[in-house]
Design a protein around this ligand. Structure first.
Ligand SMILES: NC(=O)c1ccc[n+]([C@@H]2O[C@H](COP(=O)([O-])OP(=O)(O)OC[C@H]3O[C@@H](n4cnc5c(N)ncnc54)[C@H](O)[C@@H]3O)[C@@H](O)[C@H]2O)c1
Ligand SMILES: [Zn+2]
Length: 387
């Protein structure tokens, strides 16, 4: 081969991205196989006689609220016999954003993977909110260059958004998600029954992502959120669950059909409201939950879209009223620091590279990629929201 010869080809990855919603994931309801057992039984076995291992890593907040979960998980897996991986003692890690910011948490997961002799045929079972799924997903993606990951999201936000994607990450040098990889999980099992023990504040936070995606992708979902906001806030299951599932499906379809699952372009079309949200999370030292910051970001960008003439005033009012009725914030003291906030645009640009665009609604259910907002517009929108 000559030094200048070119080798080129279309590298097709061809991995299944699998998400399943269920109830009672650990139970054999009326004689059926428990969903968790079904998911694990699907893992391909590469060598006969070799039994892979499984390390459960559990969100501390979830574990505290569900003290018998780990024992039930072990019983379910062990009673399914040798078709199941050999289950290790679960590792419990602190829940919440701190798990993504504290390097000791990542280190403790890598230690447990090493101690548990987790190999590329083994599986890491991540059980928790979006933050724990992100740090466990990152550890699983870098250990042995990537081991199998089964996600069990336990928050509304993780089930209706975070667990649907192919990203993981941790915060580093004070920047949100500075380290992370794109990695497709082996499967995602969303058990709606696991949401029962969530604190009200965390319950509500997840619906900010549903409003976000409804405004830019699905007018009917928005109408449902608007109509059922109070019932959702009060945790009525028949009002909440269809919203969680539809939001999850829209996020999932975007990965599968959006044409840019690994975000190689300069747009992140689903990140409506997120340039401000990520910044507000950092500015508030994570006092604001991700979902709360998204609610503020969505209110802010909807107001900017109104000032730009992209959406009318009625639409902006409907969006803001729905967020408020869901019990979500639309302002925070951090909005008073305009210089600090505007750094969010810069960080967004830095992350994507080149001339970044942001998604803005052009009517309910549709959006366009536009230049990020300028300082004056942001200030005017904040003044309207703070009235
Ligand atoms: N990777 C992605 O594509 C993606 C997408 C969206 C959001 N995220 C990330 O997700 C994170 C936010 O996730 P979140 O909203 O799930 O919050 P979270 O993970 O911070 O969890 C919130 C709190 O709920 C507790 N908890 C979790 N499940 C529980 C349960 N069933 N019962 C009782 N307590 C429970 C946790 O311990 C924590 O204290 C952010 O870091 C965000 O950046 C990632
Ligand atoms: Zn988000």
């Amino acid at each position: 081969m000559q030094p200048n010869d070119l080798l080129t080809g279309d590298l097709r990855i061809g991995v299944e991205h699998r998400v399943r919603f269920c109830r009672a994931a650990l139970e054999a309801t009326s004689g059926t196989t428990p969903p968790i057992v079904e998911e694990l039984a699907r893992l391909p076995r590469t060598a006969t006689g070799f039994r892979p291992r499984m390390l459960p890593v559990v969100d501390g907040g979830f574990a505290a609220a569900n003290p018998d979960f780990a024992a039930r998980l072990r019983r379910t897996i062990e009673s399914a016999g040798s078709a199941m991986p050999a289950i290790d003692e679960p590792l419990v890690v602190p829940g919440g954003e701190g798990s993504k910011s504290d390097p000791a948490v990542l280190e403790s997961i890598l230690n447990a993977l090493d101690r548990g002799r987790i190999c590329r045929q083994s599986v890491v079972l991540a059980i928790g909110g979006g933050a724990v799924l992100d740090v466990v997903g990152y550890a699983a993606a870098i250990f042995h260059r990537g081991v199998r990951l089964l996600r069990m999201p336990t928050t509304t936000l993780a089930q209706d958004d975070a667990a649907m994607g192919v990203k993981n990450g941790i915060n580093h040098r004070g920047k949100k998600n500075l380290l992370g990889t794109f990695a497709v999980p082996t499967s995602v099992l969303c058990d709606l029954d696991l949401l029962g023990t969530l604190a009200d504040r965390d319950w509500r936070s997840g619906f900010a992502e549903a409003v976000k995606i409804a405004v830019i992708r699905d007018e009917a979902l928005f109408a449902r959120l608007e109509r059922d906001a109070k019932a959702i806030r009060e945790r009525d299951r028949s009002a909440s669950e269809p919203v969680i599932r539809r939001s999850a499906e829209l996020h999932y379809r975007h990965i599968l059909e959006g044409g840019d699952p690994f975000e190689l372009g300069t747009a992140r079309p689903l990140d409506f409201g997120h340039w401000a949200a990520h910044r507000l999370e950092s500015m508030s030292n994570h006092r604001l939950r991700h979902g709360e910051a998204v609610a503020i970001g969505v209110a802010l960008d909807s107001t900017i879209a109104m000032l730009d003439g992209r959406i009318d005033e009625t639409t902006q009012r409907r969006i803001v009223a729905t967020l408020l009725e869901l019990g979500l914030p639309i302002t925070a003291p951090e909005l008073d620091d305009l210089d600090g906030l505007m750094q969010g645009v810069e960080e967004f640009r830095e992350h994507l590279g080149g001339v970044a665009t942001v998604a803005m609604p052009i009517r309910l259910g549709a959006s366009a990629e536009v230049q990020p907002p300028g300082r004056e517009e942001v200030a005017a929108a904040i003044a309207i929201l703070q009235r």
